[in-house]
Structure formats: structure tokens, C-alpha cells
Design a protein around this ligand. Sequence first.
Ligand code: ZN
Length: 72
Amino acid sequence: MTIKNAPETKFFYSRSPYKEAFDIEFPQEPLEGEMYKYRCKYCKVLTTDINGRLENHKADCVYRLLREAQPV
Ligand SMILES: [Zn+2]
């Protein structure tokens, strides 16, 4: 099944705020010179700015694009 064939409503519900509320599975890397700071390996946004929210990644972040392409 492709996302293109999925009904609009189903896609909407699969992205409910509850399911997406806390997303920290993205690859992270330590910030240079900042021992306790981490950022997304792809879009370089700080984990503290992402705050577990997929939409806080940059719009062209590889991880975000991958996650949004997943039907689950
Ligand atoms: Zn990212």
C-alpha cells in the first residue's frame, strides 16, 4: 500500500498528536564543544528545540520526511 492510495482521513488519524507526541527515535549527534547538547544528525536542530516533536525538525529533514512517509 502506498501513502497515495490511503484515504485522507486515515492519514489524518494516523498522525494524531498522541501518537506523534514524543518522537526521539531520530539519529542524534553531540554538539561540538557542548558536552550535554545533542542535535538531529540530519537537520542539525537541537534536541531541546525539537522537544520530541516531529514537526520541529526542519521541513526537509531526512528523518522527518521518512517518518511522515510511514503510514503508522
Ligand atoms: Zn531532523
